[in-house]
Design a protein around this ligand. Sequence first.
Ligand code: S3P
Length: 450
Amino acid sequence: MSDFDRNVSMCASRSGPLRGTVEVPGDKSISHRSLILGALTVGETTIEGLLEGQDVLDTAEAMRAFGATVARDDVGKWSVSGVGVGGFAEPEYVINCGNSGTAVRLIMGAMATTPITATFQGDRSLNERPMGRVIDPLTLFGARCVARSNQKLPITISGATEPMPVHYTTPIPSAQIKSAVLLAGLNAPGQTTVIEPRMSRDHTERMLRLFGVQIDEQNTDQGRAVSLVGQPELQPQEIVVPRDPSSAAFPICAALIIPDSYVVVPGLCVNPTRSGLLLTLQEMGADLCIEDERDECGEIVADIHVRYTSDLRGVTVPPERVVCMIDEYPILSVVAAFAKGRTEMSGVGELRVKESDRLAAMTQVLQACGVDVADGPDWWHIDGVGPGAVSGGMMCHSYLDHRIAMSCLVMGLASQNPITVDDVAPISTSFPGFVRLMRDLGADIQEVNS
Ligand code: S3P
């Protein structure tokens, strides 16, 4: 369901105030998990607000390949009739996870303890991303994994015939690694424990609890330990997916740098493992209110009100915050460019192995727009030039990375000269309707005729 059926270039120009209520699509992480857990449950799980971005559609297609029935009704409600824990069938064709690291890593985990064989591949971006981080723990369960050199996709996994529960400490805090281990542990008899050095997004734990699995959490000397006992029977659920904070970050940050803007985002997921950006923006002086916090399907949801202020200042973002705002650094770098003073970020090396090397991509764009930026393997400094002072006037590459494409377009909305993005098609992986939604708020984003 891509918004664009070919490579399309788009140009963002200086815009008047952004105003309105933004209905950002459903959270991508929660959408993937609701399809996967629905597929591992006997009975019908329904999902409202599922993100219909290509990444999630690829997961839906994968769940069909493993034997689940996945359908969408006329009003956009999805249903998954699952096969139960350990019930995955062997796919008849290669599982194509497109651009999605979450899809491939979580699904590899979910099938690794079932005695079937599946081959996974991705697009040019995903096929270059590191997979050893999930191959290592899955091998401990007894799965056999054959990958391209450097443990890259395409990868074939033969799931363990007699899976063993695992006690695994992740080398890096990553919700994808943690979730792959927990999903594999579902079909291993006995207790599986995963320890992460810092708490990463906990949607898998929350959703497993919702489906009736007992999850134990404990703080240990090595970090946070999460355990489950394998072979539970999951109970079908009626899931409502909250709006995605990583997508909302774009209209929120645009409102912060375009004079006189006022934007409201209702029903946003403000799970503390995801809300590092909101905290950082508040520390920068943003006029940002989080109202009416409530619980929906085990997740915390709130309404966000954001108003332009000319008083944004650079801050130091502590390394322990990286994990709860990992996907928001590209758009934070744009806000930092329009702030006064230096923004210092450390512990950000993981940004180099996302859909693109996000540090390199944004550093190049910001420097070309007249902003002083320095980066190292694991750190990033941006010297803000202040409101309205970013020059713009350039063509950016999106490098098959939705968040780079959207960050550059948002920057163009507040820069002195327009910014063109060479290929905006990747935006549909996570935020279908982004351009229309931004235009409805007042953004000037136009297609460029080649
Ligand atoms: C995700 C986890 C994060 C994030 C990705 C989605 C998830 O990756 O960057 O976009 O849904 O688990 P890591 O956990 O590998 O940092």
